[in-house]
Design a protein. Structure first.
Length: 635
């Protein structure tokens, strides 16, 4: 999508013109397939690397446009967020040392990105979801100021017609309503491309559908979202829901979302996918009309099929079919979009090598995978891999259920080795990358597991913000060293940068695990909650989660002093109405000033009218402890 000058299809005339061009492109592609225009006999690979930009505090930084100006390298381009950057690696042949060449180019461009970022006192992070992203980064102020992103956001919001609702259940539960597509910017991937011939496309595409689940289980690197521990590869659920254009009514009809694994095998050609997606999904963007693709074919020229590519760029299959033109020859590719960024370039190339080898081997050894796999089993493997990573149970030929680690080690890695050999990849390259996957499986350590084990090892002594920044700092230092993730030591709390950065806003220090009461509840209940949870204040909220009052232990003491029986008193009778509140984005200085000015010990934290946390004077004791530790020189 980023390669095209696009506009919204806001009027019927432009919509009809674009639809005409889109249908013309499909007809042109059908003719090109029938007449043998598509390049064959060549196995090229490519990749798109997405990354995060972070400041010294390991938080997102709005730097993308300035960084691009400094880089002046056409391989780099913008992404949705100002804290994102993308680089497109050069296409090259898979055979021989193609994988090594890709790794060398990736190291080169990552070095350039790191040097450019350092000039702004920033760094580049490779991970599926950056742990230090917060709700404040969902604002459109963080969106890259390019027309195509604004258009995409506006059209997506209009198609949906209501707030986006994201629900993910993992080790923790996450649920949030939001107004735009910025959650998409929270995800970063390493998308690999495999060029295939027209006649072999169905066979290899179906093989890719079988391969991607097991590869994802080994590659998982996105276990955290806004402090919640969710799936090993949370990106899969997050991306699907972040740009879901279906309203609640459309979802009730079980229509497919724009982000999906698909619903069936490909039987005849790539046209099956394109035709289904055109029929199923409304046009979101358009391009300026030019010569039709059929006219270009009549002149013997290769058409770019621009309308088809634009529409295809707004339908996000995890294995996406692609049409392109390279060195004057049209070709087809399979784009694997499910693999996460990171943890290191070596890990990423290893993931790509595993995918390439497995796809080729499945197609070579099994021929038509649809004869030995059901589509539902391939899809179930993909979901299980995202949800459980290396702990998943995966279905193999004959619906045999096997532990992911055993299947990967005993069957799939040997199969991928055969696939790379069949693709004429040099033996040293194949061993370099597949040995990384083998060690990752043997040690049970992918990026997701490393992150979760690191967090668990930090304990609960410091704030969640400090622990997440320490995690990012630890991953950055290990990425710079270059060793694959299975060799990494766990991140330590003391690795976090300047501790002061974790105490700047209310959001960073407030308590979000709240125990509340309703205005009609009995005081006895509120008193019991205070006693059981060892708290002096309990927020009072209505059934919609809106703050209506605050109950303090002082109010309870006054009630007892007047000799009234608590059991017959409702909370609303003694609660503090219209309590002093604070925004989560207020500075801690402002919060302390409010506590002092009003002589209170508790500040409910309210955002958009809803209670999101509580800040008490005791919450600043942790800050005092940090100051004391620093003064005494203790860790």
């Amino acid at each position: 999508m980023g390669e095209h000058d696009v506009s919204p299809t806001s009027d019927e005339r432009s919509l009809r013109a674009f639809m005409g061009a889109l249908l013309d492109d499909v007809d042109a592609l059908e003719r090109m397939l029938a007449e043998g225009w598509i390049e064959s006999g060549v196995r090229r690979i490519g990749a798109e690397q997405e990354m995060f930009l972070v400041d010294r505090a390991c938080r997102p930084v709005r730097l993308a446009t300035r960084l691009l100006s400094r880089l002046r390298d056409p391989r780099f381009t913008t992404e949705l967020g100002l804290f994102n950057l993308e680089v497109n690696l050069s296409p090259r042949r898979l055979e021989g040392g193609g994988l090594r060449e890709m790794e060398s180019e990736l190291a080169e461009v990552m070095g350039k990105a790191a040097s450019a970022a350092a000039a702004f006192d920033a760094r580049v992070a490779l991970t599926g979801i950056l742990p230090t992203l917060g709700k404040e980064h969902l604002s459109l102020d963080w969106m890259t100021p390019e027309p195509r992103f604004r258009i995409l956001n506006r059209v997506t919001v209009e198609l949906r017609g209501e707030d986006f609702l994201t629900r993910i259940r993992g080790l923790d539960e996450f649920e949030m309503a939001h107004e735009n597509v910025m959650l998409e910017a929270f995800t970063a991937s390493f998308q690999v491309h495999l060029q295939v011939g027209a006649e072999e496309f169905p066979r290899l595409y179906n093989a890719a559908q079988v391969a991607i689940g097991p590869v994802l289980a080994a590659a998982a690197n996105s276990p955290l979202l806004l402090g919640h521990r969710l799936w090993p590869e949370t990106r899969i659920a997050l991306f699907q829901q972040a740009i879901d254009t279906r309203s609640e009514a459309r979802r009730a009809r079980a229509g497919r979302p724009r982000v999906s694994f698909g619903e069936e095998w490909v039987r005849e050609s790539i046209l099956e996918i394109y035709r289904e997606d055109i029929a199923r999904f409304r046009v979101m963007l358009s391009t300026e009309p030019g010569p039709t693709s059929l006219e270009l074919l009549e002149r013997g020229e290769v058409p770019p099929l621009e309308a088809l590519c634009v529409h295809n760029g707004t339908v996000y299959r995890w294995n996406r079919p692609c049409y392109g033109v390279f060195e004057g020859r049209p070709h087809l590719r399979i784009e694997a979009r499910a693999l996460p960024a990171g943890p290191t370039p070596l890990d990423e190339i290893a993931n790509g090598a595993f995918f390439f080898g497995l796809v080729v081997a499945l197609a070579e050894e099994l021929g038509d995978v649809t004869r030995v796999f059901s589509f539902d089993d391939a899809k179930a493997n993909f979901v299980a891999a995202a949800r459980q990573g290396l702990d998943a149970q995966l279905l193999w030929t004959g619906s045999e259920s096997l532990p992911a680690r055993g299947l990967l080690h005993d069957r799939l890695l040997p199969l991928a080795r055969e696939g790379l050999r069949a693709a004429k990849v040099d033996a040293a390259s194949a061993e370099r990358y597949l040995s990384v996957i083998d060690a990752r499986v043997s040690t049970n350590r992918n990026g997701a597991r490393w992150a979760l084990e690191s967090l668990a090892g930090m304990g609960q002594e410091r704030s969640p913000d400090e622990r997440l920044r320490a995690l990012v700092a630890g991953s950055l230092s290990r990425q710079m060293e270059g060793g694959p993730v299975h060799t990494w030591t766990l991140a330590r709390l003391e690795e976090h940068p300047d501790w002061r950065a974790s105490y700047r806003t209310v959001r960073q220090v407030m308590t979000t695990d709240l125990f509340t009461v309703g205005p009609e509840d009995l005081i006895d209940l509120a008193a019991s909650v205070m006693e059981w949870r060892h708290v002096r204040h309990v927020p009072v909220e209505d059934k919609n989660g809106r703050l209506v009052g605050l109950l303090s232990s002082r109010s309870l003491l006054r009630l007892v002093g007047r000799g009234r029986s608590r059991s017959r008193v409702a909370v609303r009778e003694i609660m503090i109405r219209d309590p002093v509140t604070v925004s989560p984005d207020a500075s801690t200085r402002e919060a302390i000033a409010l506590l002092r000015r009003h002589g209170i010990g508790c500040l409910p934290v309210v955002e958009d009218g809803s209670l999101v946390g509580v800040l008490t004077a005791s919450d600043f004791l942790s800050l005092a402890n940090v100051l004391l530790d620093e003064a005494l020189g203790t860790p």
